[in-house]
Design a protein. Structure first.
Length: 106
């Protein structure tokens, strides 16, 4: 497998997109990260991470329909790709192997 280059925040965003499934868009990702971790984050950081993950092939996106509630603006929805799922599986496996080697925790 090719080398997986994900920072901690990118991994977190990728996990949240996978969790949100069909409802993963910028604000929802930000709110879910804050809810799940207690971290306060900037929406621009989320959008930057989503863009990077899409460029790496770990996410795909599509534009949803415009709504009156959003003043006619459309949401960009994200979905994890097969490569993204593979990256998460690989990272999880690597972390588990390392954790299993810690004396007293294995």
């Amino acid at each position: 497998m090719q080398r997986i280059n994900l920072g901690e925040f990118e991994e977190l965003v990728l996990l949240i997109v996978a969790i949100l499934h069909d409802n993963a868009y910028g604000v929802a990702v930000m709110e879910e990260i804050e809810s799940q971790t207690g971290r306060k984050i900037n929406i621009s950081a989320v959008h930057s991470a989503l863009d990077r993950l899409e460029k790496k092939g770990f996410l795909g996106s599509h534009i949803g329909g415009a709504t009156k509630a959003r003043g006619g603006r459309r949401k960009r929805f994200f979905k994890i790709t097969v490569a993204g799922k593979g990256a998460l599986d690989f990272i999880r496996e690597q972390r588990n192997k390392l954790h299993d080697q810690i004396p007293g925790l294995a």
